[in-house]
Design a protein around this ligand. Structure first.
Ligand code: F6P
Length: 341
């Protein structure tokens, strides 16, 4: 059976572990695996290459993706979806494994609805995909952000400053909430909970008044502070209709300093959260997802996504996984609030 595999959207640690697992498990199923370069772009433009066992040797611990990635949306390209079908037909591909987040898997689901044999694997550092408890890449990103917060603590304390740490999270604040909790942040600002800036300033003032002469504020890039304060790097929409967010940290730092008088600095972690080696937990999860995805293909269970529920890897319909985003658990946010007011 000829099986193609692609990685789409923002890269994240663990992609290579999934690819390796698909190829290794696929060998047992008799798959002939081909790699698609740069996500959906490779299928639109017929850019494929053979993916044998040698090609996936030594990549388990590597960040990025040996396939390359892009934010190409075939449904936004002239003749794009026909081109995808034509590429699959031309190469005799009988199944496609798409590794991605809401956008990539949303496209996968559309193709599945249109009759293509597609299986999904949930990827994103943002952890905002429904249907699965966790996406791979999230654990690594939280680890990187937590280490950054730990490091910023000592310098904030030494200089009696407020440090604002901007982390990724466009629509959901999972990374901010988890790293903020793990790193002992004094305030955590996320897209799901719009916060009055004066409340943040009050809290910082309170800390300084009580003798703690520093504070750490963690903000997701999509944090909602006040109407009209969305921070974007560029307004141009990508092919999935997203603007490029960024800058909330700098905005908050200026506002906090202005309102409290405390010297404030901003640090933007940005793509550091996506790069480098995956954590052991992500390597294991990605490997389990890859093996399971190959099994889904072998047993003809298309239109499904590998998902983690509790400790088990299960199949969930792509339609369910892409219907809506998974936002932060209000109970976990309530735990965080114990520590910041
Ligand atoms: O989708 C994951 C993500 O990390 C978002 O949190 C962020 O907004 C986006 O990727 C940025 O991606 P890029 O700079 O690669 O377009």
């Amino acid at each position: 059976m000829k099986v193609a595999i692609l990685t789409g959207g923002g890269d994240c640690p663990g992609l290579n572990a999934v690819i390796r697992a698909v190829v290794r498990r696929g060998a047992a199923h008799g798959f002939d695996v081909v790699g698609v370069r740069d996500g959906w772009r490779g299928l639109v433009e017929d850019d494929l290459f053979p993916l044998g066992r040698d090609a996936v040797s030594g990549i388990l611990h590597l960040g990025g993706t040996i396939l390359g990635s892009s934010r190409t949306n075939p449904f936004k390209r002239e003749g794009g979806s026909d081109a995808v079908r034509a590429t699959l037909d031309r190469h005799g591909i009988e199944a496609l494994i798409a590794i991605g987040g809401e956008d990539t898997l949303g496209v996968a689901n559309r193709f599945h609805q249109a009759g293509l044999p597609v299986v999904g694997v949930p990827k994103t550092i943002d952890n905002d995909l429904s249907g699965t408890d966790v996406t791979f890449g999230f654990d690594t990103a939280v680890g990187i952000a937590t280490e950054a917060i730990d490091r910023l603590h000592s310098t904030a304390e030494a200089h009696h400053r407020v440090l604002v740490v901007e982390v990724m999270g466009r629509h959901a604040g999972h990374i901010a909430l988890h790293s903020g909790l793990a790193g002992g942040a004094d305030a955590i600002l996320i897209p799901e909970r719009p916060v009055d800036l004066e409340r943040v300033a009050d809290h910082v003032r309170g800390r300084f008044d009580s003798g703690k002469r520093f504070a750490i504020v963690v903000a997701a890039e999509g944090a909602q502070v006040e109407a009209g304060t969305d921070q974007t790097i560029a307004q141009d929409l990508d092919e999935f209709g997203h603007v490029r967010l960024g800058g909330i940290g700098g905005f908050l730092a200026k506002e906090i300093e202005r309102r409290t008088g405390a010297e404030t600095r901003a640090v933007v972690l940005g793509h550091l959260q996506r790069g480098g080696t995956p954590s052991p937990r992500d390597r294991v999860l990605a490997t389990r997802y890859g093996v399971f995805a190959a099994d889904l293909v072998a047993t003809g269970r298309f239109g499904q996504m590998a998902a983690l529920r509790g400790d088990a890897i299960v199949a969930v319909p792509l339609a369910e996984a892409t219907a809506e985003l998974k936002l932060v658990d209000p109970d976990l946010y309530a735990v965080a609030e114990v520590f910041f007011g």
